[in-house]
Write a protein that binds this ligand. Structure first.
Ligand SMILES: [Zn+2]
Length: 181
């Protein structure tokens, strides 16, 4: 009973993972190539930049508008896939945190924990500078923006806390060394 439910959870995770990977590779191909698709301003369907009118609602398409809209869409896709990577990376933090207390894995845990504590906030700030001002109501983008904000604040706060503790310990040791002279 327990085994079968575990197996179900596992297969759901694999399915979700492969879907995310497919999503990411799709986003990557969009982001690296010249933007070629965008959403019709009237009906919202995805159409090609080279189209002169929407193939769904036959709304006439302005070429400049289409190019701009395609660039924005490519940027949104890039922002979403970057945020997904960031979230996955940030989720490794608690794993490393636990590893620090396990014999033989403590060194790996320490290096991973310390490294990610610096990398993730920098990554979040970089994301924010590049992507936070996109004007869109795209639900995936709004969700990604919120996630990046939370990840940046939480991990940034953890980093600040760790630096404070480190500085306090350093200052304490320094004072102690002084008083013993
Ligand atoms: Zn349309």
């Amino acid at each position: 009973m327990l085994l079968s439910s575990l197996r179900t959870i596992h297969s759901i995770q694999i399915r979700r993972r492969s879907r995310e990977l497919g999503h990411v590779s799709q986003n990557l191909s969009i982001a690296t190539a010249t933007p070629t698709i965008f959403s019709c301003p009237k009906c919202g369907e995805t159409i090609d930049v080279s189209a002169t009118s929407c193939r769904f609602c036959s709304e006439p398409i302005n070429a400049d508008f289409a190019r701009h809209a395609a660039e924005v869409l490519a940027k949104i896709n890039q922002a979403c896939s970057d945020a997904t990577y960031m979230r996955t990376t940030a989720l490794a933090l608690p794993v490393f945190a636990v590893l620090r207390y396990i014999p033989f894995a403590s060194m790996l845990g320490g290096v991973g924990w310390g490294g990610l504590l610096f990398i993730v906030p920098i990554w979040a700030v970089r994301w924010w500078l590049r992507f936070s001002d996109i004007e869109t109501q795209d639900p995936d983008y709004i969700k990604s923006r919120k996630a990046v904000k939370i990840i940046g604040l939480v991990v940034g706060g953890l980093l600040a806390l760790n630096l404070l503790v480190f500085l306090a310990a350093f200052a304490f040791g320094f004072m102690k060394a002084l008083s013993q002279r």
